[in-house]
Design a protein around this ligand. Structure first.
Ligand code: FRU
Length: 534
């Protein structure tokens, strides 16, 4: 079926029916301009008549104004009839987390291209605007001035003939490379060849894109790619050398001490590469690393420790980290892996470039938001540092200092007979629980329908969610006692840190309205609540 559209407005609205997510219900939609393919998506197709869609996915069509676009695919005519044109995409107004970024509509995963530039925090992210499940990997974009309140912008990069657009990083072009100005933003990303019909038979390669207008628009750079295994073009995965297939997720940074750019790359399996370059174009592989427990989305960062020393931390998607040293060529001396996350929700975090005195990390939260038109969220950004502990170092993940500026003063909740009850304020809030000195005991905390039973002495936290019946148990790797709970509660997302932010746990609850009660029962503690401003 073909559908011709005379482009008169800035955006196309593509009708999306999210319930239709079974594999066989995804059909390919192609958009052509003068016989040339400009876009390809896999769209969920509903057999329902009339074609009732859940939302419109807006695709920028401004560049084609006054021309004709041809939409085609084996989609019902009812689908094409619902495609609209508009200059003002409708904003979603549903109740949702306020200081956790969620996409207006669609699926998000990894944070990408994190760069701080001209007072603006850029958050690009893996995005499927066309459904609430993973597919059509594109780069979405949001901006913030305080890391907590985000504004979603137009999609920055869509899939093309090289593949869908997988994860990558961003940095300011300080050395004026690639013939681009020094205030250009550069983005290194993976063109995931073979993951779409359009890129069939192609391989995963690293490519570059740039922005000349402070991130508003991103253009793909045509004349550069990094192909690590050129000899394997067109070869099946099983015939390839270990780890040569889906190399991806480049993270690039400038290494001052050795005077070069460093790229950390995931190769495949549990293999990673460190590469070096002085011009960002020619890369030399200086190390092949195998970390049996780690995979995807690597990062490498130097962090200050509380004993006055500095160390390098190699990071992978699960929040597994290795503390060692790095000389610009090789990462050495890592011990066994440590785990930054105590629950399964945080994943694929990346640190910001463009900062000199702090390391800020943003994780994707694998939240489902059942029954809503968006999937996934971004965690509250965390400032990373090391704490000396026994045999080595542990990572601290403290909420960014901006959170302190975004809250009202703490209000003390007084305990009577070992109990505290507080009516939830209907707004996101921050809770602190500080236990007194002495023998650690037990406590039970509830927030709306969610409850945590806390065994301070043994370092165990049991989570219960009444509406879903879900339970989850966490035991601190370093054992007890547990102390200093800091809890961020934001419409269905609860982030807990303990022990000076060395323990980090994130939960998804079904409580969005926040009109329930907060209760605390158990060992005497100093408890305070601070409302977050919107
Ligand atoms: C991690 C990941 C990355 C990849 C991206 C694709 O969640 O699998 O390795 O680049 O997601 O969306």
């Amino acid at each position: 079926m073909e559908f011709l559209l005379n482009i008169t407005h800035n955006y196309l609205g593509i009708p999306i029916k999210t319930a239709a997510v079974k594999e066989q219900d995804l059909h390919i939609l192609e958009i052509r301009s003068q016989e040339q393919k400009i876009m390809e998506f896999r769209i969920p197709v509903s057999e329902q008549k009339p074609y009732a869609y859940d939302y419109l996915a807006y695709v920028k069509a401004e560049d084609y104004k006054g021309r004709e676009l041809c939409l085609s695919g084996s989609l019902p005519s009812a689908f094409f009839e619902q495609v609209i044109q508009t200059d003002e995409p409708e904003k979603s107004v549903d109740i949702r987390p306020e200081i956790h970024f969620t996409a207006g509509r669609g699926w998000i995963n990894d944070p990408n291209g994190l760069v701080f530039h001209d007072g603006i925090w850029h958050l690009f992210f893996q995005y499927n605007p066309m459904n609430t499940e993973w597919e059509n990997m594109s780069w979405g974009h949001a901006v913030s001035r305080d890391l907590l309140h985000w504004q979603q912008k137009d999609v920055s990069m869509y899939p093309d003939e090289h593949g869908t657009v997988y994860s990558g990083c961003g940095l300011v072009n300080e050395r004026g490379l690639f013939g681009l100005p020094t205030d250009a933003l550069l983005f290194f990303y993976t063109a995931a060849g073979g993951t779409s019909q359009w890129s069939k038979g192609k391989q995963f390669v690293q490519r570059m894109a740039y922005s000349l207008d402070g991130g508003e628009t991103v253009a793909k750079y045509k004349d550069w790619e990094l192909r690590l295994y050129p000899e394997t073009e067109g070869v099946q995965k099983k015939e390839l050398p270990r780890a040569a297939f889906e190399n991806r997720d480049p993270k690039v940074f400038w290494h001052e001490d050795s005077g070069a750019y460093i790229m950390i790359l995931f190769l495949d399996a549990h293999d990673f590469a460190i590469l070096r370059s002085e011009n960002l174009k020619d890369w030399e592989k200086t190390q092949h690393l195998v970390f049996e427990d780690a995979w995807e989305c690597p990062d490498l960062m130097e962090l200050k420790a509380d004993d006055g020393t500095k160390h390098w931390v190699f990071w992978s998607a699960d929040g597994f980290y290795f503390v060692g040293e790095f000389d610009g060529w090789r990462f050495t001396g890592p011990g066994s892996h440590k785990e930054a996350y105590g629950t399964k929700l945080p994943y694929a975090a990346q640190t910001y470039s463009g900062l000199t005195d702090r390391t800020v990390s943003v994780a994707w939260l694998r939240t489902r938001h059942e029954g809503r038109l968006y999937t996934g969220a971004m965690a509250v950004p965390r400032e990373l540092a090391l704490a000396k502990k026994g045999d080595g170092y542990r990572l601290r993940l403290s909420p960014v200092k901006e959170l302190n500026q975004a809250r009202e003063p703490f209000q003390t909740l007084h305990m009577t007979n070992g109990c505290v009850t507080y009516k939830e304020p209907g707004r996101p809030f921050w809770l602190r629980i500080d236990w007194k000195e002495g023998e650690p005991g037990n406590a039970f905390l509830t927030i709306g329908g969610a409850g945590w039973s806390i065994d301070r002495k043994h370092g165990t936290i049991r989570y219960y969610e009444t509406p879903t019946g879900l339970t989850e148990t966490y035991t601190a790797a370093d054992g007890g006692p547990l102390n200093q709970f800091r809890v961020i509660v934001d419409r269905g997302i609860v982030e807990i840190t303990a022990n000076h932010d060395i323990i980090y746990l994130v939960y998804e609850t079904t409580d969005y309205q926040m009109d329930g009660f907060l209760t605390y029962e158990g060992e005497e503690a100093d408890i305070g609540v601070a409302l977050l401003k919107n």
